[in-house]
Design a protein around this ligand. Structure first.
Ligand code: CA
Length: 513
C-alpha cells in the first residue's frame, strides 16, 4: 500500500469503528428473537383505548397494537387468575395441567414453555405476580410477589428463598426489576424470554399517588346493562359479584375510611399524605350525603371506576418504559412483545365486577402483539384464539418444536382465514367461593355461544351475539334456534373429546348429547 492508500484505509477504518463503537456489545441482536410477555391481572378490554374504551386512554399499550396487531378475539379458557397463568405456561386446559381454580398449588415441575426454551439455549425470567404458590421452575431468574402481592412497598420472594421489601408502587417496582434484569443481569450471549407479571389492576384497585387526581371532574357512564335483572339466566341470578351489594365493600374495596385499611400501614409518610389528601375530603362528603338506592350504586360505581382506571394509567406508563427500553437499545425488530391480561373483567356490565363467567367481558383477554418480522403495523384481527395458543406461539417464534401434547396453536404468523379456529371451548370450575359463579362449560363461535351450567342445578344458555351482543336474552328455549343449538351441541361434544375433557363429555352424554 502507498502511504496515501494506507492513510485513506486508516481513516475509513476509524470512521467505521466510530460508527459502530457506540453500540454496546450486549445490544447486538442475537440471531434468535427475544420474547417479552407483559401479563397484567383483570384488565378489561373496555379499559384499553385500542379496543375503543369509553373511559381511559392507554397510549403505550395502544402503541404495541399500532406498531403490530390488536387481537379482538383472544379468549380465556377458564376465566380466573391462577388457572390462566397455568395455561399460559403449559399451553394446556385446566383439566390437563391440573390447575382448575385458585385453590391448591400448581405442579410447576410439569413441562411448560420455559423448560423447552431453556433446553434450546434461551434465558428465561419471570418477574412480578406469579400466583401459582409453587416455586417457579425453568426460569434462570425469578423474583415474584407472594400470592396476590401488595400495591405499596411490596414484598418479593427471591430465588434464595428470602423475602425482601421494595419501596415504591408495585407496577413501577416490578418494571424497575424487569428493566434492571434486562440491563444488568441477563446473559447477553443468549436470546431471552421475560414475563413481566403485574398485580394491577386487581382488586382492591389501589392507585399510585401520581394518578389519584387523573380523573378529577370526570363522571364515568354506567353501562346500559348495570340494572340487568338476569331474566332467563339462572346462574346470573345466583352469582354474588354485584357492585350494588355489600360484596363490593365500602371499606376495603372503595376506601371510604382509609385509616382502617391494612395497606396504609405499609405506606411511607409521603404515600399516606397523598392518599389522605385525595380520599379524605371525598369520603367526608360521601358520609354527609347519606346516599341510598341508585344514588349509592352510582357512587360505588364511580369510585370503583376511578380506582380501577387509575391503576391502569400506571400499567400503561410502565408498558411505555419497556417499549422505550427496547427501542433505545435497538431491540425492537428482534423482540416479540405481547401485552395481555389473565382474563377480562366486568366494569359494571350486568351490574358486576370480577370475572369467571363465559360472558364476553370476562371471556375476552386483551392481546396486543408487536413483532415486526411477522406482523404488519396496524393489523387488527377478529380470528378466534385461546390462551392455550400462547405457549405454542412463543415456542414457534423461538424456533423450538411445539410438543404434541400442547393443546393450542401458534398465532404467528396469523393463520390464513381458511385455517382459523371455528369454535372456542371454555370450562370454569371454581364454586361456590368466591362470588358463587356456578361451574360451566361451553362453546363460542364467531356468532353464537352455548353454555352448560352445572353443580347446583343444571341449565343451558344460548346467545346470538350478532343480535344480542350484551347477552341479555337466553334464547335456548326458542324453537327457531333448534337446528343451530343441535349443531353447537355436536360441536361442543367434539371439542370436549378433542381436548380430552372427559368429565364434560360424560355430562353431555347425560344430557343426551
Ligand atoms: Ca385475574
Amino acid at each position: 500500500m502507498t502511504r496515501i492508500t494506507k492513510l485513506v484505509f486508516g481513516i475509513v477504518t476509524l470512521i467505521s469503528l466510530a460508527a459502530f463503537s457506540w453500540i454496546p456489545v450486549k445490544d447486538v441482536a442475537p440471531s434468535r428473537p427475544n420474547i417479552i410477555i407483559i401479563f397484567s391481572d383483570d384488565h378489561a378490554l373496555k379499559a384499553i383505548s385500542a379496543y375503543g374504551s369509553p373511559y381511559v386512554k392507554t397510549p403505550n399499550i395502544d402503541r404495541i397494537g399500532r406498531e403490530g396487531a390488536v387481537f379482538e378475539n383472544m379468549f380465556c379458557t377458564n376465566s380466573i387468575c391462577a388457572p390462566s397463568r397455568a395455561t399460559l405456561l403449559t399451553g394446556k386446559y385446566s383439566h390437563i395441567n391440573g390447575h382448575r381454580d385458585n385453590q391448591g398449588t400448581f405442579d410447576a415441575s410439569q413441562a411448560m414453555f420455559p423448560k423447552y426454551l431453556q433446553q434450546a439455549g434461551y434465558q428465561t425470567a419471570w418477574i412480578g405476580k406469579w400466583h401459582l404458590k409453587a416455586t417457579p421452575q425453568y426460569f434462570d431468574f425469578w423474583e415474584v410477589v407472594p400470592g396476590q402481592g401488595l400495591y405499596y412497598n411490596p414484598n418479593f420472594i427471591q430465588m434464595d428463598g428470602k423475602t425482601v421489601r421494595k419501596e415504591g408502587y408495585a407496577t413501577n417496582v416490578i418494571t424497575d426489576d424487569a428493566l434492571n434484569w434486562l440491563e444488568s443481569s441477563r446473559d447477553t450471549s443468549k436470546p431471552f424470554c421475560l414475563v413481566i407479571g403485574h398485580k394491577a389492576p386487581h382488586r382492591e384497585w389501589q392507585p399510585d399517588t401520581t394518578d389519584l387526581h387523573a380523573f378529577d371532574g370526570k363522571t364515568f357512564p354506567m353501562p346500559a346493562t348495570f340494572y340487568d335483572t338476569y331474566e332467563g339466566r339462572k346462574a346470573a341470578q345466583h352469582q354474588d359479584m354485584q357492585i350494588a351489594t355489600p360484596t363490593m365493600r365500602l371499606g376495603l374495596d372503595l376506601k371510604v375510611d382509609i385509616d382502617t385499611m391494612p395497606i396504609i400501614k405499609r405506606m411511607n409518610p409521603a404515600q399516606l399524605k397523598a392518599w389522605k389528601a385525595y380520599y379524605d375530603p371525598l369520603n367526608k362528603a360521601f358520609k354527609e350525603q347519606k346516599l341510598t338506592g341508585k344514588a349509592l350504586d352510582n357512587w360505588k360505581f364511580q369510585r370503583y371506576m376511578h380506582d380501577y382506571l387509575a391503576c391502569i394509567l400506571s400499567v400503561d406508563r410502565n408498558v411505555g418504559r419497556v417499549l422505550d427500553y427496547l427501542d433505545k437499545h435497538g431491540m425492537k425488530e428482534n423482540t416479540l412483545i405481547m401485552y395481555s391480561s389473565d382474563q377480562g373483567f366486568y366494569l359494571g356490565e350486568h351490574g358486576w365486577f370480577d370475572k369467571r363467567f363465559m360472558y364476553e367481558e370476562s371471556l375476552h383477554m386483551p392481546l396486543l402483539v408487536r413483532y415486526p418480522p411477522k406482523l404488519k403495523p396496524g393489523t387488527r384481527t377478529k380470528q378466534l384464539f385461546v390462551n392455550t395458543d400462547f405457549a405454542p406461539t412463543i415456542l414457534q417464534t423461538a424456533g423450538v418444536p411445539i410438543p404434541a401434547d400442547m393443546q393450542g396453536k401458534s398465532f404467528l404468523p396469523l393463520p390464513k382465514p381458511a385455517e382459523s379456529r371455528k369454535a372456542v371451548y371454555y370450562h370454569y370450575y371454581e364454586y361456590p367461593y368466591d362470588h358463587r359463579v356456578m361451574a360451566h362449560f361451553g362453546i363460542r363461535t364467531e356468532r353464537y355461544k352455548l353454555i352448560y351450567f352445572y353443580g347446583n342445578g343444571e341449565s343451558w344458555e344460548f346467545f346470538d351475539l350478532k343480535t344480542d351482543p350484551d347477552e341479555m336474552k337466553n334464547e335456548y328455549a326458542n324453537p327457531k334456534n333448534g337446528a343451530v343449538i343441535s349443531q353447537l351441541k355436536r360441536d361442543l361434544k367434539k371439542l370436549t373429546q378433542e381436548y380430552k375433557d372427559t368429565e364434560a363429555t360424560e355430562m353431555l352424554a347425560k344430557e343426551g348429547v
